[in-house]
Ligand binder design. Sequence first.
Ligand code: GLU
Length: 550
Amino acid sequence: MDYNLLADLLFPNIDKSPDDYEKIYPERDLAEGAKVTRLGPSPTGFIHLGNLYGAFVDERLAHQSGGVFYLRIEDTDDKRFVDGAVKIIIDSLRFFGINFDEGAGLNGDTGAYGDYTQSRRGDIYAAFAKKLVREGKAYPCFLTEDEIAEIRSKQELAKQNPGIYGEFAAHRKLSLEDVEANIKAGKPYVLRLKSDGNPDSEKARRIKVEDAIRGTLEMPENFQDVVILKTTGIPTYHFAHVVDDHLMRTTHVVRGAEWLPSLPIHVELFEKLGLKLPIYCHTAQLMKLDENGNKRKLSKREDPELSLDYYRKLGYHPATVREYLLTILNSNFEEWRDEHQDADIDEFTFTTEKMSNSGALFDLNKLNDISKDVLLRIPAGEIVEFLKAWAQEFKPEIMYIFDDKEYLEKIIDLGRNDKKPRKDLIYAEQIVGFISYFFDDMFVIEDDIPTEVSDDDAKEILKKYMESYDHSDDQSQWFDKIRNIAVELGYAAKPKDYKKNPDDYKGHVGHVSTVIRIALMGRAQSPDVWCIQQIMGEEMTRRRITSYEI
Ligand code: GLU
């Protein structure tokens, strides 16, 4: 068979060769050690935590090394293209502080290695495919679905490996005339790789790949004649990956562990095309603990926290999510953070070696804990700005709370500068709920007065409280007054006295102050009452106490 003729028959209009593309997309002129990474999402409109997790690795590897991080749109599966998806990808990642240097963008591409959208790279794939055909390494296969199903059932019966390979790859041997006749007859065909691999696992060559996260991977070579161009001429993921990552000069391919099984295919494709393998970084799957304490993969259907929208809607600060991702990405991050509490997160040196290669456990409680620490490091003014941007998008009805920024900053800072700072703030929605009692429009009575306090006593407590109230009292003067009220009404001045002799008292000073707390804030639990009153001001304090109805 004259493969040149076959190549021209299959690709009559392709006149550029891979060598021509080598010249159009030369090696990048970057400093030694600079890494080139990419994110290759499908434009489905759903961008999830896994994407962010991978993007974070890409971004850190590139930007820590003075390299390039680019966006490539992998839309070869055209059923899944959603309008506006590119914007969703770019905006969502930008929100979390991840920015691309190059690639697909809202106003077209930036960078010299485009086109960065796979559906527009048809001629490039065809040029590489044509080369393989010319060299007898790929061939057209006209097997119909039914024929393939028949092959599969035979293989099943004979307990053989399923797939198109070796003796089952019937169309490897088609003559040029047969191919020509089939094409003339309009029969659809795919282009398959002519694999040299041995299906007999005993005799198969073992390939070794150095993975930057997992170390040396050893696996049997590929033996399947995998499809590289579909009947539509559109490349499969395998082929597009090899061609694109080569021509775009990707140095590090960061992708999910779900691609590990197809790695041998990629190795063979790189070999057959005479190209150098990039460095692979196969990241761990994101897992969570289910109700029974078992690890399972995060799933789109069951776990709303897989969607990035989840974090935006609830109003997690992007710095929190970044901090959390680093915690699960690099095992030495938490230790570093302990030693560098105020350092910018980008000062941490991220490495693939410290990444886990078994499942990365995602835990919302841990995220919340980290958020409390991260927010503590962010000045109140910035938190207010962040809350405002969040409210504008997700809770416009509370925009009035930003009219008095000074008031809001004081509220946010409540207890944050104490020796043992309060860590009450987690995410915007929770924060708004937490501070809502500072605003009359959101104020509601949530808790009941303690059972130790009768209604009459409660009335009396509030009455006496107002009689003795002096807004200029300092904290200890203020508390002395509450203690006096407690004692006057038969409550112990100290909780421990009450605990020791419960029959001697109606309750203790804590129960008395809880009544005040509920009248003021509607809640039995809150930060320090005196501090809250100082922020609320005398008018609001008096109004709340006097209007509380028992
Ligand atoms: N388009 C592929 C995906 O969405 C990208 C995998 C890769 O990064 O190579 O899974």
